[in-house]
Design a protein around this ligand. Structure first.
Ligand SMILES: Cc1cc2nc3c(=O)[nH]c(=O)nc-3n(C[C@H](O)[C@H](O)[C@H](O)COP(=O)(O)O)c2cc1C
Length: 318
């Protein structure tokens, strides 16, 4: 079974990926949070740093691009190709209200003719492999058969299907029925994505989709960074392992020069998910979120680990 770490903007940066791979090896591929190039295909700053080969040593990374201009996409692909990447992923899933009206991300599903034209241009000229990560529709997953008809015209290296429509954001129940109906119709190798957070949800998707060989997991793994190991039959994460992971993350942020303020805000992002491992911890997350200095953060985190509330089998339920 092929298990990949989903891109999560603001969370799974290269520093996170490095620490994750060091503590919990065994991920097949990490997908980078999206690169959103300008109209000429340029990107710089944090987006560039995130994919630089020297920042991703020994990691299997597929960069992701959010863009609806074939020219810009091709420019990005040339730059990434020069860095040594052999594949890139197109984001047709971002549901953000600042992205969709620009017909980017899931907004590409608003106009299937434009999507078709974009893919025709990209697949006739791109020298790298191209995969797509898609929602199943804009308003409804019932749109997917028409969307798939377009994808099936092109040699996608993979089709990652987030089994929700855009309206569902990250909240609706993934439409497993629509996914199961679409899966056998897909020409490209298919990866399932959406709310696989533990053994039960994993088994449910597997049992309803015989022959499925790929899955992409996001929030469930940020909550439980050892989840891939667990799904492969390994041990559940201990609280010591989680503590060590979080300590290393903090050290990595500081060593990269992020500064106390930025380090804290990145750690708080991670704790938004980590807290699910501490059911019934009530207001204890508040102390983490209120911390303004690293010593306050450490005190709040120590209290959580000392509380005895850590549960190996607790999963993300947001
Ligand atoms: C904070 C956050 C940031 C995300 N950033 C990206 C992104 O950059 N690119 C992308 O394709 N999906 C992004 N996603 C969506 C995830 O990759 C994934 O499709 C979604 O969370 C559903 O999978 P999950 O239930 O396993 O988390 C993001 C999701 C969240 C919650």
């Amino acid at each position: 079974m092929h298990l990949d770490f989903a891109p999560m903007e603001g969370v799974t940066s290269y520093l996170y990926r490095q620490v994750h791979a060091a503590c919990f090896p065994g991920v097949d591929r990490y997908f980078s949070p999206f690169i959103a190039p300008d109209g000429s295909g340029r990107f710089k700053g944090a987006a560039l740093r995130d994919v630089l080969p020297e920042n991703n040593r020994d990691l299997n990374v597929i960069p992701q691009v959010l863009c609806n201009s074939a020219e810009a996409f091709l420019t990005v692909s040339r730059e990434l190709g020069a860095m040594g990447y052999e594949e890139l992923n197109l984001n047709v899933g971002c549901p953000s209200a600042t992205v969709v009206p620009k017909h980017k991300g899931a907004g590409m599903l608003a106009d299937l003719r434009s999507l078709d034209a974009f893919l025709a241009e990209v697949f006739s000229r791109c020298t790298l492999k191209v995969s797509v990560k898609t929602r199943m529709g804009l308003q409804s997953t019932a749109e997917f058969p028409a969307v798939l008809e377009i994808y099936n015209r092109y040699p996608l290296s993979e089709l990652i299907i987030h089994a929700r429509d855009r309206v569902g954001m990250y909240k609706s129940v993934p439409d497993l029925e629509a996914f199961a109906a679409a899966f056998p119709q897909c020409r490209a190798p298919v990866s399932y994505n959406g709310n696989v957070v533990g053994k039960d949800s994993f088994e449910k998707v597997m049992s309803t989709n015989p022959g499925l060989e790929r899955m992409m997991l996001g929030r469930g793994v940020v909550t439980d960074p050892a989840l891939f190991r667990l799904l492969r039959g390994g041990a559940a994460m201990t609280d010591d392992e989680l503590r060590d992971f979080l300590n290393r993350l903090r050290s990595a942020f500081l060593a990269a020069g992020l500064g106390e303020h930025f380090t804290l805000s990145r750690l708080k992002e991670v704790w938004y998910y980590t807290i699910w491992k501490f059911p019934d911890s009530g207001r204890m997350l508040k102390a983490v979120n209120k911390s303004r200095r690293l010593d306050e953060y450490e005190a709040a985190v120590s209290a959580l680990f000392a509380s005895g509330l850590y549960r190996q089998d607790a999963v993300f339920r947001g």
